[in-house]
Design a protein around this ligand. Structure first.
Ligand SMILES: NC(=O)c1ccc[n+]([C@@H]2O[C@H](COP(=O)([O-])OP(=O)(O)OC[C@H]3O[C@@H](n4cnc5c(N)ncnc54)[C@H](O)[C@@H]3O)[C@@H](O)[C@H]2O)c1
Length: 337
């Protein structure tokens, strides 16, 4: 076998949004890649050398997945936007606990070299996110703990499990806290979609001079990271020597109304915002402090929200047009900027 061949990498959740892009990135970087998911990739074909459809809530399936792997990127999770994670706490905590417990144990037993866990900004305490002009969240802010119920609690527990597996068994782990990732090939409909995708879908479906619904008063703030930055960051963190949790996000803070206005501007339509205060809006403000990320990697995400929203909107507008049976939606053909 050629000595120049890169190791095998396992990507779980490879049928989902970030996993799909990560497989493509790792293949382009020369890795041999096995993808695993409970479902086939939803949008487009995977570049993985092998793709296994397996339910990772079962230990034997995690063992089958990790066998022969050097690197494990554990992205599989039951997750969605704020509507879904607010309504499904028990299922999310149950499903993700099983996936993460069994994936870590299988990785240890298979002697993998490194294990990366995809955590979330939802681990940060509620009390630090009560105003739109929130201070950016530093990694050490996660304790004392008061995370998002269900989804965030489970992520925080799985972060600790990674630490324990490193301390007790010597398994090298990396823990990445993603902050709101968006881009093409992400869920944009059906209840699990997150704010940028939902906004793009609503604008794509709205007619010129129409209106779209925004959850909450629109003044809640977030930062958003384009998926290309996300997969590059994941790869860099996996190769780094840093074993503690790290933020991976941008610190370009915008209100949800500003996010909607950007999408509307890209669509070249004139659309009014109508606020629905009865809908869940999550924490009032959330931003990523990238001080540690910069010092560990000498790198940070750099694609602006406008730059990332153009291909995202175009892709979602195209899906919507396909769904609607039309060859081309009015306003969907936005020139790449
Ligand atoms: N997208 C974001 O903004 C964001 C933010 C913070 C954290 N994360 C984390 O990043 C990871 C990837 O997120 P994503 O946005 O790509 O979500 P996604 O829902 O598109 O992908 C997750 C994938 O996991 C798969 N999965 C769920 N249960 C499974 C099971 N029992 N067995 C096998 N596969 C299963 C799903 O089918 C899905 O394809 C998740 O761990 C998520 O919690 C994402």
């Amino acid at each position: 076998m050629s000595g120049s061949l890169k190791p095998w990498a396992l990507v779980t959740g490879a049928g989902g949004f970030i996993g799909h892009h990560l497989v493509t990135y790792l293949k382009a970087a020369g890795y041999r890649v096995r993808g695993v998911d409970i479902k086939e990739p939803e949008y487009g074909r995977t570049d993985a050398d092998e793709f296994m459809v397996l339910d990772l809530r079962e230990l034997k399936n995690c063992q089958m997945s990790t066998a022969g792997m050097s690197l494990v990127y554990n992205l599989a999770a039951d997750m969605g936007g704020i509507g879904y994670i607010t309504a499904s706490r028990a299922a999310i905590a149950h499903n993700n606990s099983l996936i993460n417990l069994f994936m870590l144990e299988a990785a240890r037993a298979s002697n993998v070299e490194r294990f990366l866990f995809s955590s979330s900004a939802c681990v940060y305490p509620h009390g630090l996110q009560v105003s739109p002009d929130v201070a950016p969240l530093r990694e050490e802010d996660a304790f004392p703990a008061q995370p998002e119920e269900g989804y965030g609690f489970e992520k925080l527990y799985a972060e600790k499990l990674c630490q324990y597996y490193t301390e007790d068994y010597g398994l090298l782990t990396r823990v990445v806290r993603f902050h709101n990732v968006y881009g093409p090939l992400g869920t944009y409909d059906g209840g699990r979609e997150k704010a940028p995708a939902a906004m793009c879908r609503k604008v794509a479906r709205a007619s010129d001079r129409g209106q779209i619904e925004v959850w909450g008063d629109g003044k809640q703030t977030r930062s958003f990271m384009y998926v290309d930055d996300c997969v590059e960051g994941i790869h860099r963190i996996m190769r780094s020597d840093y074993a503690m949790p790290l933020n991976l996000g941008t610190d370009e803070l915008v209100t949800v109304d500003e996010l909607a206005d950007l999408v509307i501007d890209i669509s070249k339509k004139r659309i009014a915002l109508v606020h629905d205060l009865s809908k869940p809006q999550g924490v009032r403000g959330r931003n990523s402090d990238n001080t540690r990320l910069r010092s560990v990697l000498q790198w940070e995400p750099r694609i602006t929200l406008r730059e990332g929203l153009v291909p995202t909107y175009n892709w979602i507008a195209e899906q919507v047009a396909l769904e609607d049976g039309a060859k081309r939606m009015p306003g969907a053909a936005v020139a790449a900027e």
